[in-house]
Design a protein around this ligand. Structure first.
Ligand code: NI
Length: 174
């Protein structure tokens, strides 16, 4: 169990296409536990392994509200197998783009297949925040950030501000 540092954009590692996991072993389970610790510490509702620098197709999410029982879902090699025609607009954020939010259009509902922490194949149907969160995290596995769904103008504005935030973070930790 460990809280790890989350990579902030812009960073070339966040553009990497992550590799599928071949076997769900104790290392993968430990990685998922560390990812959940890191996500809850922020706090956030989703995290992909590449955000802590591990280019593997591993995602954790928990969209339980404050005060509710935690509902962590650990997903290995998740794939979106179906999307609704209905589109939803959400104000999206990302732990790798701290303090920045923007409205992003995505399918309202999705079906996702994945391998769970025990190595078993699973499918789930998601709507609302879970659907949004899963689409966002699965994008990360292909090197896609939520700002990549925005206009070049908006994306550029956010990334320039993030570059300044990163320099300040480096100064603070020096
Ligand atoms: Ni994100």
């Amino acid at each position: 169990m460990a809280i790890l540092q989350i990579i902030w954009a812009p960073d070339p590692r966040l553009k990497v296409v992550s590799e599928p996991v071949e076997t769900v072993d104790d290392d993968v389970r430990a990685l998922m536990d560390d990812m959940l610790d890191t996500m809850y510490d922020e706090p956030g509702v989703g995290l992909s392994a590449i955000q802590i620098g591990v280019p593997k197709r591993v995602v954790v999410v928990d969209v339980a509200r404050k005060g509710e029982e935690p509902q962590p879902i650990r997903l290995v090699n998740p794939v979106i197998t179906a999307t609704s025609e209905e589109i939803a607009i959400f104000d999206e954020g990302c732990l790798s783009l701290p303090e920045h939010f923007a409205e992003v259009e995505r399918p309202a509902e999705v079906d996702v297949s994945y391998i769970d922490e025990n190595g078993d194949a699973q499918t789930l149907h998601a709507d609302d925040i879970l659907s949004r969160c899963l689409q966002h995290e699965i994008d990360h596995l292909d090197g896609i950030l939520f700002v990549d769904h925005l206009s070049a103008l908006k994306r550029g504005m956010i990334l320039r501000k993030l570059t300044k935030q990163k320099k300040a973070r480096l100064r603070d930790s020096a």
